[in-house]
Write a protein that binds this ligand. Structure first.
Ligand SMILES: [Zn+2]
Length: 440
């Protein structure tokens, strides 16, 4: 660990800020922080300086909104670390190929987000930000762990400096490569006896199945899902297998955006990012976040639209935190399915969660599912049943009638359904249970 003091400082700061209870005071404090941050970024980043040329700092809420495409296009002039996109991509590619996980350019750590090819994002983190990130993550997810002996099992697609800094005297951390087979994970977990497991939900689900089958003997005391949407079906099975809630960290290339409190409710990290809600559907409280991170300086993220669908909780969390409570992170906007309206033919949106709920409701025999929309008129549905004794035909009919009911409710008719056997190998790709594979 290169900056223990920095980590401890941010750990303590984060915990102190978590004790705040007053929303109005939080917003005032945020505004001051943002103004200070924006003044500095305007000076340091030529891209933002030009973008905001006609605005004053206090008009930051009106600054043009950017997204991943804009960020990648202007990467060289946007970041303040003097790292070119070419150099960053090269360092990340070499690190990934040789699996030596030390990609840095001039002292700045480079990361490459997972994601579909072509849409992978680059991120830069300097040593100060790295220490701040580690301290914040530890405080939010393991609020007492820094002072205790703990063993952590981290499941990651590729290691990086960012994660390695979690290693420290009392905290023991072990890296599990997502590309390893399940049997190896089981063997190592049985040996290593980690109390805290941090993994994508698809891996936690595999481990839950291994535990239910009696192959995995260890019992963690905390489970944290990262990097994938936590599907309600997976959540139910994992929680039943381990007898405890699945916590979540909402972390992406763009920042550390949320974490669950001790009650298991996801809260936005409004002590480091400001999140504006761009509503997709006010009635169901679904929104796309526009984020302004006031803690990062090497790659400033200001008025940046994420491609995620979040649902705000309908009531405050009982933990008393003033940070916005989120009911569910539903996945990417690209995975909203669209169907032609039965009468006027216009596109009608079906949120991924609508599809999930309909499929799960069809039968308690469903162990895994995946729904892919290839075009307007066809849905591919893959199902794996929990027992070979169950009648596949009956389940398929159930799925068909649940989906028909859902589509009727939103004014559309049921498209052609193509049933296929389910298959998914966790590790290489992220699990998306509802996916759209055509452009509108
Ligand atoms: Zn809470």
């Amino acid at each position: 660990m290169n900056d223990k003091l920095g980590i401890v400082k941010h750990y303590v700061l984060t915990l102190a800020r978590q004790r705040r209870r007053n929303r109005a005071a939080l917003e005032k404090w945020q505004e001051r922080r943002i103004l200070r941050h924006i003044a500095a970024v305007r000076q340091a980043s030529p891209f933002y300086g030009e973008l905001w040329a006609n605005y004053r700092d206090r008009e930051w809420r009106d600054f043009p909104v950017i997204d991943k495409t804009v960020m990648m296009e202007h990467f060289d002039r946007l970041n303040t670390a003097g790292v070119s996109r070419e150099a960053a991509l090269e360092a990340a590619a070499i690190a990934e190929r040789t699996r030596n996980f030390k990609p840095t350019v001039g002292g700045t750590t480079v990361g490459l987000s997972s994601g579909t090819s072509g849409s992978r994002g680059l991120f830069l983190v300097n040593p100060r930000e790295q220490a701040a990130w580690t301290g914040t993550v530890l405080a939010k997810l393991l609020p007492r762990a820094l002072w205790r002996k703990e063993r952590l099992a981290f499941f990651l697609r590729a290691n990086s400096n960012l994660y390695e800094s979690v290693q420290s005297g009392r905290l023991q951390f072990e890296f599990f490569d997502l590309l390893d087979p399940l049997e190896r994970h089981v063997e190592r977990l049985n040996d290593y006896q980690a109390g805290i497991w941090v993994a994508p939900p698809s891996i936690l689900r595999m481990l839950a199945d291994a535990r239910l089958a009696g192959r995995l003997a260890v019992q963690p005391h905390k489970l944290v899902g990262v990097a994938e949407v936590l599907d309600p079906l997976d959540r139910q099975i994992i929680e039943a297998a381990f007898g405890q809630p699945v916590h979540q960290a909402y972390q992406c290339t763009e920042g550390f955006l949320g974490a669950t409190c001790h009650l298991g409710t996801m809260h936005l990290n409004e002590d480091i990012v400001h999140i504006q809600k761009e509503y997709l559907d006010e009635q169901s409280r679904r929104f796309v976040p526009i984020i302004t991170d006031f803690s990062r300086t090497s790659q400033p993220i200001i008025r940046y639209r994420l491609n995620d669908i979040l649902t705000e909780a309908d009531k405050p969390c009982l933990c008393g935190s003033p940070y916005t409570a989120i009911e569910r992170i539903e996945g990417r906007c690209d995975d909203i399915l669209y169907f032609p309206h039965a009468e006027h033919g216009g596109a009608v949106a079906a949120f991924p969660d609508f599809i999930t709920r309909a499929v799960i409701a069809a039968s308690p025999e469903i162990a895994h599912y995946k729904v892919v929309q290839h075009n307007w008129h066809q849905l591919e549905v893959s199902i794996q049943l929990s027992s070979s004794a169950s009648d596949e035909k009956v389940v398929h009919e159930g799925v068909s009638s649940e989906l028909a009911r859902l589509l009727e409710r939103i004014g559309c008719s049921l498209p052609e359904l193509v049933f296929k056997p389910y298959s998914f190998v966790p590790g290489n790709a992220k699990l998306r249970r509802v996916e759209r594979r055509f452009k509108l």
